[in-house]
Design a protein around this ligand. Structure first.
Ligand code: NI
Length: 157
């Protein structure tokens, strides 16, 4: 993959916090807790998950830039989504996302060819480069926006 794809990942990551805020800030507290099925996350849980997930993405970018083929930490995201702070208002996680996306985009924008190719290991993904991590998290943003849109489609917002 080349420079054009990388710049697209950075642009999508850069734009995401504002897109997310535009989608979720108009929602009521009751709407934030709606879900499409008992087993599915609410919009509130998705937003808090995005903050936790992207904090873990931070390690998945920075560890390969600072160590040789590091093992990425992993976690049980469904267990985390049941933790008490996932019932909080959205603002703390929206602040995390604003800050993290600004930081990581500046970092990604600074990388040279070698750095984009540095890698770590994930038990499910195998060996992944910084470029692949950027691609995966740009996609992660879009996937969860689509999930929120799916809840909205069910409830008419
Ligand atoms: Ni996710």
């Amino acid at each position: 993959m080349g420079e054009h794809e990388r710049q697209q990942y950075i642009a999508r990551l850069h734009d995401f916090p504002a897109r997310l805020e535009a989608r979720v800030l108009p929602l009521s507290e009751a709407q934030l807790d709606q879900r499409t099925a008992d087993s599915e996350w609410s919009t509130r849980q998705i937003v808090h998950h995005l903050a936790d997930s992207h904090m873990s993405a931070n390690f998945r970018v920075r560890l390969p830039l600072s160590a040789k083929l590091p093992a990425f930490p992993t976690y049980d995201q469904d267990s985390w989504a049941r933790m008490a702070d996932y019932a909080l208002p959205l603002e703390p996680s929206l602040h995390i996302l604003r800050g993290w996306h600004a930081r990581i985009c500046a970092l990604l924008d600074s990388l040279n060819e070698d750095e984009w190719g540095q890698a770590g290991t994930h038990p499910a993904w195998g060996t992944v480069t910084v470029e692949e991590v950027a691609r995966r998290y740009a996609g992660h943003c879009d996937n969860h926006m689509a999930q929120i849109d799916g809840i909205g489609a069910k409830y008419g917002w």
